[in-house]
Design a protein around this ligand. Structure first.
Ligand code: SF4
Ligand code: SF4
Length: 162
C-alpha cells in the first residue's frame, strides 16, 4: 500500500521517472564537473555565463575548467581540494542539497563515477511497455472513430448541398 502511494506521489504529483536511492560518499566528483543549464540550454561560452552570474549565488562559486560536447565544465571553488568536502556544507545552496536529480539525464549528463547515489526507474520496462501498448490502442481507436466522424460530416454536407 505504502509503495503504491509513494509511486503515485512521485509519478503523478512530482512528475518523476526515477527514485533516488543511496547516499553521498563525499568524493566531491560532482562538485568538480558541473554543467550549467539556463533557459536556452547548457552554457557554452564564458560570455553567456557572465550574463548569468548575478542570477544566483551558486553561479558565483563556479570557475571554468574546460569544455566538452555537452558544454562548459565548471568546478566549485567551495570544494576543499584536500578533504574533497564542501567548505560551506551547512549553507550550501538548494541545488546542491537536492543533487542528484533526474534532470541531469535530460542534459545529457550522468552520475559521477562511483557516486553513492543511484537513480532507479520508478516504472519497470513491462509497465512502460503496457502503457505504450494501451496508448497505441487508444490512438488507433481515435483514428477510426475520427475518420468515421469525418465521413459522416462529409455525407451530411453532401446532403445539405443536394
Ligand atoms: S559524486 Fe555522489 S558520492 Fe560523490 S560527492 Fe557527489 S553526490 Fe556525493
Ligand atoms: S557549494 Fe559545496 S556542495 Fe555545492 S557544488 Fe560547491 S562544493 Fe559542492
Amino acid at each position: 500500500m505504502f509503495s503504491k502511494l509513494k509511486k503515485f506521489y512521485y509519478t503523478k504529483i512530482l512528475k518523476r521517472k526515477y527514485y533516488r536511492v543511496g547516499e553521498c560518499k563525499g568524493c566531491g566528483r560532482c562538485c568538480r564537473q558541473i554543467y550549467v543549464k539556463h533557459a536556452k540550454g547548457v552554457i557554452q561560452t564564458e560570455k553567456d555565463f557572465e550574463n548569468l552570474k548575478h542570477q544566483h549565488r551558486f553561479y558565483t562559486y563556479l570557475k571554468v575548467t574546460g569544455k566538452d560536447e555537452i558544454g562548459l565544465i565548471f568546478e566549485c571553488q567551495n570544494l576543499d581540494p584536500e578533504t574533497h568536502l564542501c567548505k560551506i556544507h551547512k549553507t550550501r545552496p538548494g541545488i546542491c542539497r537536492r543533487y542528484p536529480q533526474e534532470e541531469i539525464f535530460a542534459m545529457g549528463g550522468a552520475l559521477s563515477e562511483d557516486c553513492g547515489y543511484s537513480l532507479i526507474p520508478i516504472e519497470t520496462f513491462g509497465e512502460v511497455f503496457e502503457k505504450v501498448e494501451k496508448q497505441s490502442k487508444i490512438n488507433l481507436w481515435d483514428k477510426i472513430f475520427g475518420r468515421k466522424t469525418k465521413i459522416k460530416e462529409f455525407e451530411l454536407k453532401q446532403k445539405e448541398g443536394e
